[in-house]
Design a protein. Sequence first.
Length: 457
Amino acid sequence: MIQDAAIVILAAGQGTRMKSKMAKVLHRAGGRTLVEHAIATALDLAPPERVFVVVGHQAEAVGEVVSRAGVRAFEQREQLGTGHAVMCGESYLAGTGGLLIVVNGDCPMVRPETLRLLVQRYRETGAGAALISTDLPDATGYGRIVRAENGDFVAIVEHKAATEEQRSIREINAGFYCFDAAAFWKHVHEIRTDNPAGEYYLTDMVEILIEAGHRVTAVKIADSSELLGINTKAELVAVDAILRERKVNQLLADGVTIYRPETVNVDSQVVVGADTVIEPFVQLSGNTVIGENCHIGASSIIQSSSVGDNSEIHPFSVVSSSRLDSNVHVGPFARIRMGAHLHDGSHVGNFVELKNTEFGVGSKSMHLAYLGDSSIGSKVNVGAGTITCNYDGKKKHRTTIGNHAFVGSNSTLVAPLTIADEAYIAAGSTITQDVPPSSLAIGRSRQVNKEGWTPKR
């Protein structure tokens, strides 16, 4: 952690080339919004109170993401360039001292290690500023780094303002800076707008600091793909694929077995334990945590859920916003959602849906059931075709089933309802009244056999 660094994330732009009504930094790659990637990288370097996000276009929506991440935002009300964006935070930042690190909010692939290299170069050289550069075969649209014959920095020239000779330069500014904070705030108001865009370019600080007697240096990154900024939907999906490939490779290195990894989608923040096996076409998204020695069957989808050790999700199952404890079995073709909690050793089989339901230790529902808004105890058996009727057209009601209860097949449980410990529900029953402990409840019409009826028909 770099305690004396303040980090500013530039996230105010609209991103017109995205052809979208949504702010660019709210688009997702690798399962996170672009600004969330930038914040996560920043928090690897600096404490939350020293991380700031510049918001502008759709400031309220971007600000909500920033707030959830636990960092602060300030607003750039007019889009007057990158230099102006940082200046909008002067009241927050001018007194922080130490280092001022400025990063782009639309570059989700930059690693914390790369920014640490930037800070290391800044400290080693005693420079007033350091930046990240790279060589591109086609540098169109990027600011070019202009050097003297001896290799020293002279300036950064934006593409719009560059001459034809300068546009032939392949070394570009990637948009990541480390400044001496005191020097930056002393000279930042010297930035002028006499350029084709009429904007305050942050890149002008290089020339300003050099003229003020400060040295400016750079870290050149060989892998330019790490620095890719996202400006179009094509670039967005390309970076998404790279991030997902990176995540899968990390999991493989950590001891997870992934068959047909090119078919598996795993979000950046997902955690998977060692010796877990993931079959083809699985999707793991959101804040999902999978324990050790689990088995995730083909084409299963797990969204923002936890799965305990030694559990198995059979193929084609969907688990969302739920908690599965250890040694749990789900599926195939099961759906677990909206705050369901499956306790240790419970089993939910094919075509069973649980919604907002506590399912106790060792309980089973193996076939064709809907259990919604329920509290189900331990060692309960729920027969095929059972449903909890939890909605009366206006309100949701809860069903409570005690420990060691047995619910026969094709039972209809009309909530609000309590079925006590060790009660039995006869198959085919509609239960509308509470069932006492150790009782047998039968709620069905009496069978009548009419002998000799068929020939007469």
